[in-house]
Design a protein around this ligand. Structure first.
Ligand SMILES: Cc1ncc(COP(=O)(O)O)c(C=O)c1O
Length: 403
């Protein structure tokens, strides 16, 4: 069989590979500490489950409009308006199978072979493959750990060429947790307007901000003709397996996304959409409860990682990831992929190695895990680093002895 050029341009998600290996170990009875999976460890709140179950029992089981039932599109734009100050209309909203499908559809609707897409590094792993699938050319913007992985509009502007079509920003970021400040986001949008480009703002983690920061969306800007906002219920309401996300954008872009969806997945599962309406219109206290718990966990895990010799760690301002630099433990013949594999095999701690996100000396910890698991994971991680250090010191000692 001969496969298409587009499918040959992409690889299997490397985060999915780590999750699969961790699941295998768990199934074999191993007592794993899992910092690999990027998903909430909380159950979906009861009222959401109840609404979906009721819809199922009421036989709400047929096809729905491709872009989502009217109630859900209204619920999305109303919740967005109330929490984040935007004023989208339901026809500027498409409901997708997770935020991931929204990104995929928007990129496919905008990108032709050879078009350039500016993407800051570290990036969420799927962005790169999604850009490549229709033949887009990722143009990577380096950011620096010592600056908290800050993304600046001025640096983005330097990468713009006549082939640039799209800029992708993800704040708070997966994998670093870095937050792009509101004024910088606005500068990015102004830049997109000036150069007649589209800016995609992936705001899937916008409700998980720490240190007193309040959630904001670029969607609240006056001029949003060049903007597509991607959102998701996966993280906000602990609904990863339900597969509900959305995009908000200009009507023409949204209808092109719906066109693509009409020939692929069609609608998000009918009764799931009713659960999503309940999530958005019901009480929101579970979101704040999860946010507060993530902040406690962030404080503990970052303090624990920073206390380890040779580990550098920028403070994440949001999401539930931390991205420490373990470069001090790497050497030729022992890269960060081998580091993460050994950590999993020997210490039973799952993390995702940096190459999945475009860097070579980091590992991503997802702290969507209980405080007890975090304590246990930090102890195991510290012991693992200690052993690596001891092996290295004795190798150096024998090199000197033999010299
Ligand atoms: C930055 C980012 N965007 C989008 C998604 C997609 O999430 P979902 O498809 O579950 O909504 C994820 C999931 O991990 C993510 O981290």
């Amino acid at each position: 069989m001969k496969f298409s050029e587009s499918i040959s341009r992409i690889t299997v998600s490397s985060t999915a590979a780590v999750v699969a290996k961790a699941d295998q170990l768990k199934a074999s009875g191993a007592k794993l500490v899992d910092f690999g999976a990027g998903e909430p460890d909380f159950p979906t709140p009861e009222p959401i489950k109840k609404a979906a179950a009721e819809a199922l029992h009421a036989n709400f089981t047929r096809y729905t409009p491709t872009g989502g039932i009217g109630d859900l599109r209204r619920a999305i734009v109303e919740r967005h308006a109330r929490d984040l100050g935007s004023n989208y209309k339901p026809e500027e909203c498409v409901v997708t199978v997770g935020g991931k499908q929204a990104i995929f559809e928007a990129v496919c609707a905008l990108i032709d072979p050879g078009d350039e897409v500016i993407l800051p590094v570290p990036y969420w792993t799927s962005f790169l493959d999604i850009i490549r699938f229709p033949g887009g050319q990722p143009v990577l913007l380096e950011t620096h750990e010592r600056e908290g992985f800050a993304v600046r509009a001025a640096d983005v502007e330097r990468l713009i060429t006549p082939k640039t079509r799209l800029i992708i920003i993800n704040s708070p970021s997966n994998p670093t947790g870095a937050v792009v400040p509101r004024d910088e986001m606005e500068k990015l949008l102004a830049l997109a307007e000036r150069h007649h480009l589209c800016l995609m703002s992936d705001e899937c983690y916008c409700h998980f901000l720490y240190d007193g920061g309040s959630p904001f969306s670029l969607g609240a800007s006056h001029n949003r003709e060049n903007l597509v906002v991607v959102g998701s219920l996966s993280k906000t309401y602990a609904m990863t397996g339900w597969r509900v996300g959305f995009a908000l954008g200009p009507k023409e872009l949204v209808s092109n996304m719906v066109k693509l969806q009409s020939h692929s997945t069609s609608n998000v599962t009918s009764f799931v959409q009713r659960g999503a309406v309940a999530a958005l219109t019901g009480p929101q206290d579970s979101v704040e409860a999860m946010r507060a718990e993530y902040e406690r966990r962030r404080n503990r895990i970052v303090a624990g990682l920073k206390a380890l010799p040779g580990v550098e760690c920028a403070m994440p301002g949001g999401a539930f990831y931390v991205y420490p630099n373990v470069g001090a433990y790497l050497h030729p013949g022992f890269d960060v992929g081998q580091f993460a594999n050994q950590l999993l095999d020997e210490a039973l701690v799952a993390v995702v190695p940096g190459p999945a996100f475009g860097t070579q000396a980091h590992v991503r910890f997802s702290y969507a895990a209980s405080l007890e698991q975090i304590e246990e994971g930090l102890t195991r991680f510290g012991n693992f680093l200690g052993k690596l250090q001891a092996v290295r010191s004795s190798a150096q000692a024998s090199t000197y002895a033999n010299a």
